[in-house]
Design a protein. Sequence first.
Length: 479
Amino acid sequence: MSKEYETVIGLEVHVELATKTKIFCSCSTAFGGAPNTHTCPVCTGMPGSLPVLNKQVVEYAIAVGLATNCDITKNGKFDRKNYFYPDNPQNYQISQLYLPICRNGKVEIETEAGGKKFVGIHEIHMEEDAGKLVHDDWGDCSLVDFNRSGVPLIEIVSEPDMRSADEVIAYLEKLRLIIQYLGASDCKLNEGSMRADVNLSVREVGATEFGTRTEMKNLNSFKAIARAIEAERERQIDLIESGEEVIQETRRWDDDKEYSYAMRSKEDAQDYRYFPDPDLVPVIVSDEMIEEIRSRQPEFRHEKMERYAKEYGIPEYDIAMITNSKHMADIFEQTVAICNSPKKVSNWLMGETMRLLKDKNMEVEEINFSPENLAKLVALTESNTINSSVAKDVFERIFTEDIDPEKYVEENGLKTVNDEGALRSTIEKIVADNPKSVEDYKAGKTKAIGFLMGQTMRQMKGKADPGMVNEILVEILSK
Ligand code: ADP
Ligand code: MG
Ligand code: ZN
């Protein structure tokens, strides 16, 4: 009889912070500059250069710590993690081992199955990112770009509390939303501003001790994470079932081949010869500083969800979708503040906005039309100044170019024609020109009216009030 196994997972999540400058120098953190243009003696590890801590990094780390129910370390410090690698010019990374800025936190997750549970946060520490190696395609060499060297990171280390890919993704989603709401990072897995290393072991159901774990790197989408977890679980179970042992090691996941391979055996902290960085003063955090950061914390998602239900009375589905992005929620609230029609604004965001984002392969965070223009569009439809098909076209212009819909409708003559006389004469002409359809309609093929409607709308260049057209048509046809 085959045994039953439980998967045990703990995550180490690196998040690039959204500061303008690096953690220990004033170089820009902007992504995509020409290689080695955002560099100075500090972030290229020149002898004699000295690091100076960026206060904003500490503030972001504390904000994330408070939002994840951590204790804040008031007397912390930085340590050197020594290792040799060409993208690491100092031959050590400045990180925190002994006294990380945050400890003992927890976040609540909701799984797809509807369950709720807490995932413990062991610690959050601050550290610097490394440079990037560029493996030359044409020459037989590798080049190094230090633009990323010294970009601030926080590493969020969870307890081994997760038991499935589902829980892992719920946890990552939760962290992503907290950090995005704080504005501390954009948390994009595909661009590397959020990176998750998955530590995984298996054990027989009922066992009290954890099994030996492996750590998987290079996971840059939720789908890759789910696939990697499934494959690693199977691999470890196969080893155990065939009497072999799981080796504690770091493995690299290849998502195309759906296979992981050993990268290196796992280092222990002692392999890094950590010691306190003598170039940096201790990180002293006052109660006042913590309280000030606490008072600046934004309204988080679950709070927003509750308020939306009370204040706007829109369906739960809409609320979940809108609050899934702080940026979307901001647009929603600002638009409603102007036009006061929550459900209509929500419809534009969930319908056309999502459709256009998908069409144009864009992210929600890239939406950049102004709430004023969406509010004006809602007003134009509520007053029946334009009909719904014209409104869709106008919205697309708002979405792509942020045009002023009032001006646009005026300049392009898009107002709905509800001059009954003009409509009636157009319809009479169309009815006279299409005797076959009229005959069909009278013979009971009511669908024929759709064709006549279409002809009329076309003649009116889409600007007629469809309700009115229908009414007049029915009236004329039933004569
Ligand atoms: P290190 O600092 O050497 O990488 P830690 O003990 O701090 O190792 O743990 C790193 C991560 O591995 C943590 O997220 C932790 O929850 C997870 N972890 C530790 N032991 C196990 C285990 N047996 N199975 C799965 N995950 C584990
Ligand atoms: Mg580790
Ligand atoms: Zn620099």
